[in-house]
Every structure is written in C-alpha cells, then in structure tokens.
Design a binder for this molecule. Structure first.
Ligand SMILES: [Zn+2]
Length: 414
C-alpha cells in the first residue's frame, strides 16, 4: 500500500489516535458521531482525548436514517463554537462524508475513525451529498489519517460488514468495465492500478469465510482491501478503478429511493446486487464465441436517440437533462460510428474474452455474498422487480463510460 496518509488498522486505534494528536499538536477537536457509533467507539475516543488534556466538542447526529444532507450538515454547524478545531469522524460512510464536507467548508482538517468496514470511501476527496433529492459528489478533502480499531470493526453490525464486502467485490466488475472502456471507447486506463485493485479484491474473496465470521483476520483483510481501493481511486484521480456498471445501477436505485423519500439502503448492499447483474453479463460474454457475437451485433440496430431520451427523462426525473448531456457521445452516435464500434468489438473479441475472464463466475460471487449475509436480490432491500429491471436498463446512462452495460446492449444480452 503506498504511503498516501497514515492508516492504522489494528487492535488499539485509540492509543494510535491519541499519540497522533499529541505529536501533531492537535488538542482541540470536534467529534462527530451518532448514538450507535458514539457507544461503539466515540465515547472511549472522547475520554481518551480528554484524558490527555484535549478540549473535545462532541456532536451527535440525530435521525433514524442518517443521510449526508443539509439536515445533518446543519446539526454539525449548530453545535460548533468559534474555536478552531480538528474534526474527528467516528462512524461509517455517511458520518465520515458529513464530516468530510463540513470540515472542508469550515477550513479545518479531519481524522477518520471508521466504526465498520462498510465502504471504500474513507480516504476519498469527494463527499457524496443528498441535495434537494439528488445525489451529488461534491469536492471536499481526504482525512489527515485513518485509525481503524479492529475490535470495533469486528463488532460492527453484520449488514455493514457485508456491505463493505459487496463494495469490495465490485472491484472485479469495475476493473473489467474500466478495461473494456479502454479497449472499445478509448478511455484512460492504468494497468498497474487495475492489477492492484484486482489483487486487493481477490485477497478479500479468499477470506470470505473469515469475513463472514467477522474474525479479526477477515475483517482486517476487508479493511485493508477497502483502503487500498480508496488509494487506487486517489492514484488514478477518478473513481474508475472502483466503480463501474454495478455502481451506476446502485446510484440509480439510490436516487430513486431518495427522490421518493424512502428509507436508504446501504451503499455496498445495493452495489453487491449490482455486481451480480454485471457478473452475469460477463458470464454471458465468456460463453459467447466470436461467430455468435458477430451474428448478435449484426441484428442490433443503432439505438433510437429520441426513444432513449424519452426513457432517460422518465427514469431519471430531476437530473434527466444532466444525464442526457453527459450521454451525448453515445446518444449522438451515427450509424457509421455504431458500425465502427461493432467492427472494433469483433476485432477485439480475444481481448474482451481476456477481460471477461478476470471476473469470477456470478455464482461464486453470489456464494461469497450470501456467506457474509449480504443481499443478493433487490427484494431483500425493498426494491421491487420492476425497479431492479429499471436500474439494469437505465443504470448505464448514469456515467459517460463504456461498461458491460453498454456492451450488453450491443450484443443483445438481456
Ligand atoms: Zn462503492
């Protein structure tokens, strides 16, 4: 793991945290947590810091479904005094994102104390925020350091750990999508970073049983993988190494839930379901000969631009115009462009097969997810079959990237 920022994953994160604050001269802090994460780790962190003379202001976010939105930001702002303080995010993804955003906008730094191995975004520089029913990733900053306390992570609620595992398994399909985009759509690609991401993902898949048992060995492997995935994104400067079609489907569902005021679903839980959708398409590609691919693409007409736009408007609501704008390179394809893409696909068939071979069979991924207690179907997280179908059909429009979602359309894989 390259030395991006200090990351501690071990048996006593509070000893490391207090030492760090002492050596860095950080003696005024704002601790952000919710009731659960305060009980899990925040209270002890507060006591340890006060014990060495730190002035700690504690903010407890209150809500039965905490979202990184204006309400949460306001709760933190209301609790602040005018003392310059370093923030301490004690929680999983949402609390970290709220703290990441507020600390950045108030011109302060923050330290991350993860309470669950649930996402790969702890070291991210962007904060996904819900603004007026729309999810935006706003520019913010990464933490000064991450102190992950293994006993706390091992005791995290099982759905959170399973979600982190789902977010990690997503790197199988996201790196394959990333490579497909480079092969067929000329997107920037970094083979060394993709190799790192795949290696970290395999290291977690091989520990599926230990992760399912929430043993220190398994949970440490998962947290190491999630942090490495975060570093892959930092090194590449965008999310491609960690986010492909499976994430686009998940984002689609997330925005729909948000728009309709429904209870949120853990990021990695939705992503894990997306991974299975994606992996089944890679299965289909692996089974397909070049001759069959040639027959299939010959039957695929250029998608009708107006029909696609009508579909995007119906599916995306408020952000439809934005989606249509970023999809322009695909929506504006001429028949000649489309025929050229088909020729390129057939000419690259061996390389496409090599990419597809990097994704484990969907049945294996499903087995790993099930063992960890993660959902494998939409209805397990409150998504109807129609909503699942809608995400699968429209998720690929979410980003201007060539993924297995786009290739499936070209090859007529339903
Ligand atoms: Zn993710």
């Amino acid at each position: 793991m390259p030395p991006h920022l200090p990351v501690y994953i071990g048996p006593d994160a509070l000893a490391e945290l207090t030492r760090f604050c002492r050596t860095q001269g950080l003696d005024k802090l704002t601790l952000v947590a919710d009731r659960n994460t305060y009980a899990a780790l925040g209270e002890r962190a507060e006591a340890a810091l006060r014990g060495q003379g730190c002035d700690v202001l504690t903010v407890l976010l209150e809500a039965d479904d905490i979202i990184a939105d204006a309400h949460s930001v306001m709760q933190v702002l209301l609790a602040l005094d005018r003392t310059p303080r370093t923030y301490l995010a004690v929680g999983s993804g949402t609390i970290t994102d709220v703290t990441r955003f507020v600390s950045h906008r108030t011109g302060r730094e923050f330290i991350s104390l993860p309470t669950a191995p649930s996402v790969d975004g702890y070291t991210s520089i962007g904060a996904p925020m819900a603004v007026d029913g729309v999810k935006l990733t706003v520019a913010a900053h990464g933490p000064l350091a991450v102190f992950a306390d293994l006993p706390t992570l091992c005791a995290a609620p099982r759905p959170l750990t399973a979600a982190g595992f789902g977010d990690m398994l997503a790197k199988f399909t996201s790196t394959a999508d990333w490579e497909l985009g480079s092969l067929l759509w000329g997107e920037p690609f970094d083979a060394a970073i993709a190799a790192r991401s795949r290696k970290a993902t395999w290291a977690c898949a091989e520990k599926a049983d230990a992760i399912a048992a929430a043993s220190e060995e398994g949970v440490a492997a998962l947290m190491v993988g999630l942090i490495e995935s975060g570093f892959c994104m930092l090194d590449f400067g965008e999310t491609r190494p960690a986010s492909g079609y499976e994430h686009h489907i998940s984002h689609f569902w997330e925005m729909k839930l948000l728009r309709e005021g429904r209870h949120s679903v853990l990021h990695g839980a939705k992503v894990g379901i997306g991974v299975l959708v994606s992996a089944r398409r890679y299965d289909a590609v692996r089974r397909m000969s070049r001759a069959e691919a040639a027959t299939r693409v010959s039957r695929t007409p250029l998608p009708d631009r107006e029909a696609q736009i009508r579909g995007i408007r119906a599916a995306y609501g408020l952000i439809a115009e934005q989606v249509i704008a970023i999809q322009a390179p695909f929506l504006e394809m001429t028949t000649a462009d489309f025929e050229a893409l088909k020729r390129k696909t057939l000419a690259s068939w061996d390389a496409i097969q090599r990419v597809a071979a990097t994704v484990p069979p969907a049945v294996d991924i499903e087995g790993w997810l099930r063992r960890a207690g993660g959902p494998v179907a939409g209805r397990e997280v409150g998504l109807s079959d129609d909503e699942v179908t809608l995400g699968v059909a429209f998720g690929h429009y979410y980003r201007n990237r060539f993924t297995i979602g786009k290739l499936s359309g070209l090859l007529g894989i339903a």
